[in-house]
Design a protein around this ligand. Structure first.
Ligand SMILES: [Zn+2]
Length: 96
């Protein structure tokens, strides 16, 4: 019997559930004040995570959870890109 590997968990700002990092999309507030999607998970800055699910994204957007998590305003373009990625992710199962 194989012991399951420990996977890093992060909390989704939409549903508030813990999920494996790779199942989430990271939004990062960079040291120079920009807010962007971090698809590699390696960018510097404060990060917030949302599931690769449209429902979580919509919830997070509606409740301004990303704004609160990152303590900054989220540009409309970031929401647009996130939405675009999620629509893509639903069709093509998340390859990295
Ligand atoms: Zn979620």
């Amino acid at each position: 019997m194989q012991r399951p590997k420990k996977v890093p968990l992060r909390k989704c700002v939409g549903c508030q559930q813990q999920h494996a990092k790779r199942e989430l999309i990271r939004v990062v507030h960079t040291p120079d004040g920009a807010v962007e999607l971090d698809l590699t998970g390696r960018k510097n800055g404060r990060g917030a995570y949302v599931c690769r699910k449209m429902d979580c994204f919509k919830l997070a957007r509606k409740k301004k959870s990303l704004e609160r998590a990152l303590k900054t305003a989220i540009p409309e373009s970031v929401f647009d890109e996130l939405e675009f990625r999620l629509e893509g992710a639903l069709a093509a199962d998340g390859q990295s």
